[in-house]
Every structure is written in C-alpha cells, then in structure tokens.
Design a binder for this molecule. Structure first.
Ligand code: PEP
Ligand code: MG
Length: 598
C-alpha cells in the first residue's frame, strides 16, 4: 500500500478508476467523504401556460432576458475554465463557445419566439418544444457526432429553461442525507433550501470565497469548495468524492489509500473541534481581564442552535434576507414579525441586531426582481438602504416588525450599505413614523426606541464617520463589502479572488479610524464582516480598541481561544507596528509571528 504522509496530498495519478484531483477556492473548512449528487438539471416544470395576446411582448422579452443570462453564465464558465489547465481547459472552452453559438440568433431562439407569438405559449414551454423538435430530428440520424449534438442542444436548452424559471426551481429535494452536492453554482437562496443534514459538503464551478454562498457555508459548518471549474467534467451522481474544504481540494473516485488518508484527517479535524468545545462557557476576556463580546452572525434561523452551542452572547448581525428568499411574494409585517419573534424569544434576553433588507448584488429575491432589474453592475446598484428608500413600504414593514419584537427582547436595527448621513436621517424619520403608527394602532412600543445604527461597509461612510455619528446610535463595520469597495474587487468573482485582500493597508486604515472615532464619541462599534471570525486578525482588532466582534458560529470558539491568550497593551503595540507597513504580505507575516508567540 502506498504510504501518504500527513501533510502530503496525493497527486492526480490518472488511475484506471478515473481518480481525479480537483482544486478550487477553499470557502469553508472541513473534510467529508461521501457520494456526489450532481444537481439534477432534468427536473424542470415546463408545463404549458396560455398567455394573453397583450402579454406576448413581455413573454418575448422574458425569453431574451433568459437567453442573455444563459450566455453570460456560459461566458463566465469559459473564463473560469481557463484555470483548469491543459487539454481539459481547451475542451471546456470550445464547448462553451459552441453553446453560446447555439443561443445566438439560432433556430432554438427563433423557434421559441415564433411559438410565443403564434401559439401564445409561455417561454419555458416554447423552448422545451423547440428543443424536443431539434433533438428528435438529430436522433433520427445514425451518427455518433450528430447524437452528441442532440445532447448538446438539450444541455443548452435546459440552461435556458433554468434561467427562465429563476432560482426557485432547483431540485435539491431528492438528494439523500449526507450528500455531496456538485453544481455549477449554488446561490444563497439555494442554501436556504437545504434540509438539515442533507448536504454534507458542496463543490461548485463558479463563485468567490467571500460571497454569501461561502459565508453561509461557513455559518452552517458545511465544507465547501467554490470556483472549481473542472468539477463539471466527467462526474456522475453516486461517484465517491472526498472534499477538503480548508485546502480547496476534492478527490473524485479516490483510491483506498486516499480513503485511509482522509479518514484519518477527518478524525483529526473532528477531534480538534471537540477540544475547542470546552471553551464554550469560559469567560471571553483577554489575559489582562478585558471583556470582549463575541456575537454570532445568522443568515438562517436554523443556525441559532449552533450560535448558542458555541457560546454566542448575542446576535451581532441577523441578515434579514432569509425572509425574502425563495418566495415569489414579499412577506408582510405579520409574517416578518412571526419569524423574528421566534429568533428573539429563543435568544432569551441576549441582544439581537437585526439588519434591514440587503437584497441586491448577488443576494436576489424573486419578488423584487422586477423593481431591481438587472443593472450593469449589481454590486454598485440598487441594493441595501438604496432599495429600501426607493420602496419605503419595504422598510416600513421591516421596521414595524422589529419594533413589535422589541417587546420580546433587546433588539437593535441596523441599516446596510449606508453612504450618506441623509440616508440615515431618512431612515430615522421612517422609523419614528412607523413607531407612531404602531402606537396609534394600540401596540405597546417602548418610549425609547431600540437603537438605530449604520453598517460601515462603503469607504465613503468610513471616511465620513464623524458625520454619520450624528444620526447613528451604533456602528457595525462590514469588512466584506468594505474590502470589496475599497479595492474594487468583486467579492463573488473567482477570477479576482486572489486579489481580495482585507489586510491591504487602505482597508486596515479605514477600520482603525472608524473604531477610533466611534470610541471617542462613545458610539458602540462592532465588526461583523468575515475578518472578525479569523483568529489571525483578533490581535489587530483588540489592538485597535475593538471590544465587540460578530462572526459565523463556527468561528466563535477559535476566536475566543485566541483572545484569551492576548494582552491588550501588547496587541495595541503590535497593531501600531502593523499600521506602519504598506505591504499586506508583510502584515500577514507579522500577525502570524505575533500569534505564534502569543
Ligand atoms: C459585510 O459586508 O462585511 C457584511 C457583514 O455584510 P454582507 O456580508 O451581508 O454584505
Ligand atoms: Mg455587506
């Protein structure tokens, strides 16, 4: 038997069983061995719906939007496939080009347009009809090359139909418990539909390590690899696969040696996690006795149990987007109240910071798609507070629900994507008028309204923090977007993932200065971006004077372990030294050295 040392990764040996090592971005750590469930693209509701003659232009427009989205996806896949290397990269590239061609002024599109126009068919049904027709013609010809074209046209058609149906139509339901999900892309809304224990790990071809899919994977403790383009080649449902989410490495159809090696590594990983559990109830304080609040970020109510198990003393960021995902309607005040009341009650008096809707960018809600359209650059478009002020009834319903749950436990209202003090004053006006309306309706709203605060996640807000202080009761620094917008790096784009650098001195200066100003003005300040959950950065935050961090539940104990070994004076000195540097690689090294000694 081949012996593999602990730190050595077995390499691709082209063995006859088809073993293949696939690499991507390590988005969420952990080791899982299981069977692949390749997202079933066959399950699509193509039933015929008769459309009114007046709606034909809209339906045709829908078709064109679906075609444009499909082409966009294929282009992204093509550029991602360049990273695969070798012949596989070329093969994938050619295939993607051919698929784009099939969607450009092709018989497929023209045929669907015709059916919508002449037979009043809905777009999805029209596409499925044309595909069947073309594929049946191909299948009548006894030639292997032509037969392959028939399956290509079906593949392209399925992609187009998926785009037409939107994100609510993903077929996870049939995946067995403990499955390893393989998909081209997994959206935050898809993850919201995972049943507990159903998906034990996932690997996707697209996606950046700082996007919400990655964040949710970490929060749910599901190992994940994103941006692994090669995963879509030659994998079948039921194949055995090993996922090492920390390293960003998957082994498809592993050998016995691989299985032995990774079974051991998985046991080591589980043992390390179990050891950390003993820290759950010890005080969260530095060596010199300074208490640090460790709160949890929550994307889905299902994560609440893990937050409490890992000793969270509050929720520092409740991303309210979950209430809007996978719904083709907007939840009203009562529905939101019920969902939030459940969370606040289960927190038993611990504080909960509820962020108003931050749909937009990569976080989409079907019911808001019409309003938001698809701007040319969604991360810079109508999202967060911009959308809420454009559609104030959204904010009113959310604020009313939050004000009503404030009777059940301490809550705070957090406004995302703030750039100007006017946005905060407008939000506050709406907040006060909602409170007035609720009182008039007989709700017992507290005299002093729960604090209203701003996310500091856009450089403009960080640079004018003194002005925002006039309208904000607290601040929460969102390092994910702050890094994205400061460095002009799309956090979801795997192509530039290597350039996403939260230790860039520009980002660190903004964070340091926001913390300093907030402390000077006695405004409570926390950090709730992913940086807060990385124990390597804990000394930096403590050294900047931060005393409240909010993170994915899985990070709570590792961060607590780190801060209990720190001394605040030492950390301050280290932070000051770090801030004299201009090179983030050097900063990372300095932090590693400091952490090794602490
Ligand atoms: C952030 O931007 O750091 C943040 C916490 O918000 P989100 O990740 O939800 O955009
Ligand atoms: Mg953000």
């Amino acid at each position: 038997m081949q012996v593999i040392s602990k730190d050595q990764t077995p390499t691709d040996d082209q063995s006859p069983n088809g073993r293949r090592v696939i690499t991507g971005l390590g988005a969420s750590g952990g080791i899982v061995i299981g069977r692949a469930f390749v997202l079933d693209r066959q399950y699509i509701d193509v039933s015929r719906k008769q459309i009114q003659p007046a709606n034909i232009p809209d339906e045709t427009e829908r078709l064109h939007k679906g075609v444009a989205e499909s082409i966009e996806q294929l282009k992204r896949l093509k550029s991602q496939s360049a990273n695969v290397g070798g012949a596989a990269s070329e093969e994938l590239g050619f295939l993607m080009d051919a698929y784009v061609h099939m969607l450009t002024q092709s018989r497929l599109v023209r045929g669907a347009e015709e059916l919508i126009k002449t037979r009043n068919m809905n777009a999805v049904h029209a596409v499925s009809e044309v595909i069947d027709e073309i594929a049946n013609q191909f299948s009548g010809i006894d030639d292997r090359y032509i037969a392959a074209r028939a399956s290509d046209i079906r593949e392209v058609g399925l992609r187009l139909m998926r785009c037409l149906l939107g994100e609510t139509d993903r077929a996870f339901e049939t995946a067995a418990k403990g499955t390893i999900l393989i998909a081209e892309e997994v959206s935050p809304a898809d993850m919201a539909r995972f049943q507990p224990g159903q998906v034990s790990a996932f690997v996707t071809a697209l996606g950046g390590a700082e996007g919400h899919t990655a964040i949710m994977a970490r929060s749910l403790g599901i190992p994940a690899i994103l941006g692994a383009a090669d995963i879509i080649r030659g994998i079948s449902g039921g194949d055995v696969i090993i996922v090492d989410g920390g390293r960003g490495e998957a082994i498809l159809r592993p050998t016995d040696d691989d299985l032995a090696h990774y079974t051991q590594r998985r046991e080591d990983w589980l043992a390390a996690r179990a050891k950390l559990a003993s820290l759950r109830d010890v005080p969260s304080a530095t060596r010199d006795g300074v208490e640090i609040d460790l709160h949890a970020n929550i994307e889905l109510p299902i994560e609440l149990a893990a937050a409490l198990e890992n000793g969270a003393t509050g929720i520092g960021l409740l991303r309210s987007e979950f209430m809007f995902m996978n719904k083709d309607y907007l939840p009203d005040e009562d529905e939101q109240y019920a969902e939030l009341a459940d969370i606040v009650t289960r927190m038993e008096g611990k504080p909960v910071t509820i962020r108003t809707l931050d749909i937009g960018g990569e976080k989409l809600a079907v019911a808001l798609q019409a309003e938001m359209g698809s701007g040319p650059n969604p991360a810079l478009g109508l999202r967060g507070i911009r959308l809420s002020l454009r559609k104030p009834e959204l904010l009113e319903a959310q604020m009313a629900a939050i004000l009503r749950v404030s009777l059940l436990g301490p809550v705070r209202v957090l406004i995302p994507m703030v750039v100007s003090v006017h946005e905060m004053s407008r939000a506050r006006q709406i907040y006060q008028s909602v409170a007035k309306r609720l009182r008039e309706q007989g709700h017992a709203i507290p005299d002093e309204l729960p604090p209203l605060g701003a996310m500091i996640e856009i450089p403009a807000a960080a640079l004018t923090i003194d002005a925002l202080a006039r309208e904000s009761d607290f601040f929460a620094i969102g390092t994910n977007d702050l890094t994205q917008y400061t460095l002009a790096i799309d956090r979801t784009d795997d192509q530039v993932a290597g350039l996403y650098d939260p230790l860039h001195p520009s980002v660190l200066r903004l964070i340091r200065d926001v913390i300093k100003t907030s402390r000077e003005r006695n405004i409570p300040i926390s950090v709730c971006g992913e940086m807060a959950g990385d124990p390597r950065y804990t000394p930096l935050f403590i050294g900047f004077g931060l005393r409240n961090l909010s993170m994915s539940s899985v990070s709570l104990l590792p961060v607590k372990q780190r801060l209990r070994r720190l001394d605040t004076r030492n950390s301050e000195q280290q932070a000051a030294r770090v801030m004299e540097q201009w090179d983030s690689a050097r900063i990372a090294m300095m932090l590693d050295d400091f952490n090794d000694l602490a």
